[in-house]
Design a protein around this ligand. Sequence first.
Ligand code: FES
Length: 171
Amino acid sequence: MQARADEDPPGSDERPQKGDLLVFSEGEQEGKLITAANLPAGGPPVHAWPKDPKTSVVRSASRLNEILVIRLDPAELDEQTKARAVDGIVAYSAICTHAGCPVTAWVKSDAGDKEVFKCMCHNSEYDPRAGAQVVFGPAPRRLAALPLALADGSLSIAGNFIGKVGGAQPG
Ligand code: FES
């Protein structure tokens, strides 16, 4: 149930914006700022919400704002992905483009030997080294990408989502 609209602070359902910071969206560190040091090399990804640094509002009122952040070997990133990354760290929408389930797994691909993002609803797989292009399953397009920057050791968002967020079919 998401009947909290009246209580949600202004800005909490707006899409991530340039200058937003990233905070953990789950686990023991929920709500805490994500720094580069929080991200293990080679994954798994951390699940995040954008946070407006001016108002301290966490933009968690829309599930479409959930983000996957992962640190990869910079040498493995393709050119376009590298241009949006800092120190091999890349960020994508966590919402599968098939039917809009959250992408939850980091597992070896069914289509190769590398680990990939996987949506367990219908097994779509995305390669975060290559702009989260679809490498397996029914997803019609790649995950939306978020360009990143580093601000005082914390990760920040450098621009809007690139690509469409969310599923193509009702879920
Ligand atoms: S919703 Fe992700 S594969 Fe179908």
